[in-house]
Design a protein around this ligand. Structure first.
Ligand code: ATP
Length: 589
């Protein structure tokens, strides 16, 4: 396929913010893709491969500017001027490409395959001498592609394609192009266990629905972890669980997927990022402790004080994210224990369809605890007093609370799903204030007075899972330190877009639209009905949505993707829970 077909689809997609329309336009392209399908779906994601393969372009804006100046004969400063005016390197490259006179002599249509392989060349080379190779490959594309093509190619390289499609939109387009709506859930489930859009696309294209149906976890390929719902009282949890259930400590660390196959051990975060290099101690200790043919474990890594054995706060482990650790230095200063609470795979066999009690039994039989690997502390009970004691003990032992787990025959491992098979109960729910929210930054307002020159507030949205859209929920202006405030424009600079991002429902118009990418954790005083926010619009009250009053920042959640934000459904549940508590209190009074 010619790349110009991809370009015209991208440009059509840019002109709509409606999800159904995006899905339809993309499906039309995918139907025609033939052998290029895999490349195209990665390119739509703005990538060359799934995240867990760790393929990055490693080409800075500066290098792109240098290449543009080399090819056009303009100075770096002149290119920068155009960049400053357009605010987008893609458009800058397009403008420059239009003016390269000799181009028209060579200008043939590039194929998707050619563009993909050149992009791969850019990504593949790193280290000494790679700058020249990267520039050469980019300049090749620049010289040989049409102006519109290079606009998108440049945006892909600089990570700014931003077509507004989430993976679920691409999956829907694939279903519409190659399959049947009745398989949508099965396909989503397969993707949750094997989150490689190119792989799933090719299976669907070849009509191999059996492979999709049978997709389970695979050692060394990260899966989307199972998540928990929340309830505010133990009585409600017991009700929902239908009586007896298991209760486990809820450790406050970093979600950890540990995969092993033969001599290879890999660790992934809940965001499917490979973090093996950040945890050389876990890898070494695992290899020393266990000798399975293969396995996949799910758990939480928590730092502890080796002198007292006490668990330490999550922030200490999060410092390890993104850094390479020297096994002999830092890792011994902050030892880590992995609390394992599930097993998905052992010695060549998937265990996900076994009920949770059986998986736990397999864990107990195979994973002998030691200093570095422990099984989550747990009880099984239907006695509220006993469960409350267990909860109190969990807090005393440095945990956040407990997670209740369904023990029925149906308690399978559900990848990527937040469901009622797991229900969390945290310390916060006991207090007046509701749980924290993880919200996506979608806009910013200019500051005034003391905040002149920076932002006065951020517009935050939750995620509507059913509609695959973002809905505004609150305006955040508190909880920032002065230092953080001054850094905000810098943090969001590269995410500012000139119109309302696709899939965002907002009636508010901020001074800056921000492409949904960063997630922040906030706490608030109360959820109220609001005429200005679009969260759960028309659901609780006609003509109104829900809003969070008095929000304050807790922290940035760099481990979460926008689609991991608190969902509209969860907020509705929390609103109902809050109403119930107020009603009970009023009755008591
Ligand atoms: P929170 O902000 O409340 O931690 P979250 O959005 O990060 O929530 P949730 O699914 O809502 O994630 O809460 C469950 C999280 O608790 C899991 O992702 C996991 O990291 C952690 N956890 C700790 N101990 C357990 C356990 N025993 N079983 C399951 N999850 C556990």
């Amino acid at each position: 396929m010619e790349f110009s077909e991809v370009t015209s689809t991208f440009s059509e997609m840019e002109n709509t913010t409606k999800r159904l329309e995006l899905t339809r336009i993309l499906a039309n392209l995918l139907k025609k893709a033939n052998n290029d399908l895999k490349f195209i779906v990665y390119l739509v994601q703005g990538k060359l491969a799934p995240d867990f393969e760790g393929i990055e372009f490693g080409m800075s804006d500066k290098l792109i500017i240098k290449s543009l100046s080399s090819v056009s004969g303009l100075s770096d400063e002149e290119v920068n001027k155009i960049f400053y005016k357009t605010g987008d390197l893609g458009t800058t490259a397009m403008e420059i490409s239009k003016n390269i006179s000799q181009k028209s002599l060579f200008n043939e249509d590039l194929t998707v395959n050619y563009v993909y392989s050149k992009l791969m060349e850019i990504a593949k080379f790193s280290g000494h001498g790679s700058i020249k190779t990267k520039m050469d490959s980019y300049m090749d594309l620049l010289m040989n592609s049409k102006p519109d093509d290079i606009k998108y190619i440049t945006r892909i390289i600089t990570g700014k394609l931003r077509l507004g499609v989430a993976d679920s939109t691409i999956l829907d387009s694939l279903v519409s192009a190659f399959s049947d709506k009745k398989y949508a859930d099965i396909i989503e489930n397969a993707y949750n266990f094997h989150p490689d859009i190119g792989y799933i696309a090719e299976l669907l294209q070849s009509g191999n629905i059996d492979a999709i149906k049978n997709m389970g976890p695979e050692p060394l390929i990260p899966f989307k972890v199972m998540l928990a719902e929340r309830l505010k009282s133990l009585a409600d949890i017991k009700d929902k669980m239908g009586g007896r259930a298991a209760y486990e400590y809820k450790y406050d660390g970093l979600r950890t997927e540990l995969h092993q196959k033969g001599s290879e051990v890999k660790i992934f975060s809940r965001g499917l990022e490979e973090t093996t290099q950040n945890f050389p101690d876990i890898v070494k200790n695992f290899k020393d402790s266990f000798h399975f043919e293969s396995c996949i474990l799910d758990g939480e890594s928590v730092p502890y004080n080796p002198d007292t054995g006490e668990l330490m706060p999550f922030q200490i482990v999060s410092q390890r994210r993104g850094r390479k650790y020297d096994l002999t230095e830092k890792t011994s200063e902050i030892p880590i224990v992995m609390f394992i609470f599930d097993i998905l795979y052992l010695n060549g066999k998937s265990l996900i369809n076994l009920p949770y009690p059986e998986r736990r039994k397999i864990l107990e039989e195979n994973v002998k605890e030691n200093e570095y690997f422990k099984l989550a502390t747990r009880i099984e009970s239907d006695d509220e007093n006993e469960i409350m004691k267990f909860f109190e003990k969990s807090i005393e032992d440095g945990c956040e609370g407990i997670v209740s787990k369904n023990i029925s025959e149906d308690s399978v491992y559900r990848a990527g799903a937040r469901g009622w098979l797991w229900i969390k109960f945290k310390r916060d729910y006991q207090q007046e204030i509701s749980d924290s929210f993880d919200l996506v930054v979608v806009g910013a307002f200019n500051g005034h007075g003391r905040r002149k020159g920076t932002y006065g507030a951020l517009l935050l949205a939750c995620y509507n899972e059913k509609k695959d859209s973002f809905e505004t929920f609150t305006k955040l202006g508190s909880g920032f330190t002065d230092e953080m405030l001054s850094e905000l424009p810098g943090i969001f600079k590269s995410l500012i877009v000139d119109k309302k991002p696709a899939r965002l429902d907002s009636t508010m118009i901020p001074d800056y639209w921000i492409y949904p990418s960063k997630v922040v954790e906030v706490k608030g005083a109360e959820i109220t009905v609001s005429p200005v926010h679009t969260c759960a619009y028309n659901i609780i009250e006609k003509g109104s949505g829900l809003a969070l009053r008095f929000p304050r920042l807790i922290k940035f959640r760099d481990d979460k993707n926008p689609e991991d934000a608190t969902t509209t459904e969860e907020i509705i549940e929390m609103y109902k829970m809050q109403k119930k508590t107020i009603n009970t209190k009023e009755k008591e009074d």
